[in-house]
Write a protein that binds this ligand. Sequence first.
Ligand code: HEM
Ligand code: HEM
Length: 229
Amino acid sequence: MTKKLFVWDLSVRLFHWLLIISLLSAWYTSDGERGLIDYHLKIGYFILGLILFRITWGIFGTHYAKFSQFLPTKTKLKNYLKKSKQEKGYTTIGHNPLGGLMVVFMLLLILSQAISGLFMNDDVFTTGPYYESASSSVQKIMSFIHHNVFDVILIVSVLHIGAIFYYLFTKKINLIVPMITGYKLSHSEKTSGIKSSKLLLSLIIIIIVAVFLYWLLVLNIPVEEEFYY
Ligand code: HEM
Ligand code: HEM
């Protein structure tokens, strides 16, 4: 019997598509020659907010959005690989254990890109809010991260999109439509979907993340000493 299950809540779906749009915009605005670096900083703060939201949602959110549901253990990974070999169209309802690993890896990479941005300097007029207060070795490390991790994000994103299309064309499983509508088809009696998107909880977490960012990016910024002659 095939059932239609509600799997991806509204927050996960919005997070995913907003993340892609903002990463593309961050890349476009990062080129100093386009004169859009001020927008780059704002988009970077927005991405930082998105990732902080998703990490919190991974702890308190809906069932399939939780890290505890999709972070693989050895047994989960073994079972998944065994069943995938036996059954061509086998899949799990939430992220599969390998996909789960990739999700956590992507979140950490993007988080490190955004945090390192806070310590950046474009050698012209623009500096991240924590650049001045960092020691020169921290500035160098952050600059190294910011200039290199984006390439890793690109490689992992290509692998991620490749995996989604591998599922579509080889396993004949469409994961893209569920990331848009929230609904997945299940052939198993045992699986069940989520009841709601927990929108109120999502809103509370968004407010907490926004307050934290206000503290981090406005209230906590070290005041530069000014010298008057
Ligand atoms: C910059 C490029 C991309 C990044 C960084 C990215 C990142 C992510 C992340 C972090 C998740 C986990 C979602 C969550 O649990 O909150 C995810 C899942 C997913 N992404 Fe992407 N994504 C990218 C591009 C795409 C594209 C272009 C597509 C569609 C063609 C796509 C389709 C999906 C699907 C279907 C899932 C759910 C996979 C599953 O069912 O386990 N992604 N992506
Ligand atoms: C996840 C979010 C972010 C992404 C994906 C991103 C991406 C990038 C990329 C691809 C570059 C070009 C690097 C290169 O040319 O090698 C860049 C440069 C830069 N980013 Fe970001 N960035 C993010 C967040 C931030 C934040 C939050 C800030 C500051 C608050 C920031 C400040 C800068 C500056 C000042 C440059 C220019 C560096 C230079 O010209 O040498 N970025 N960023």
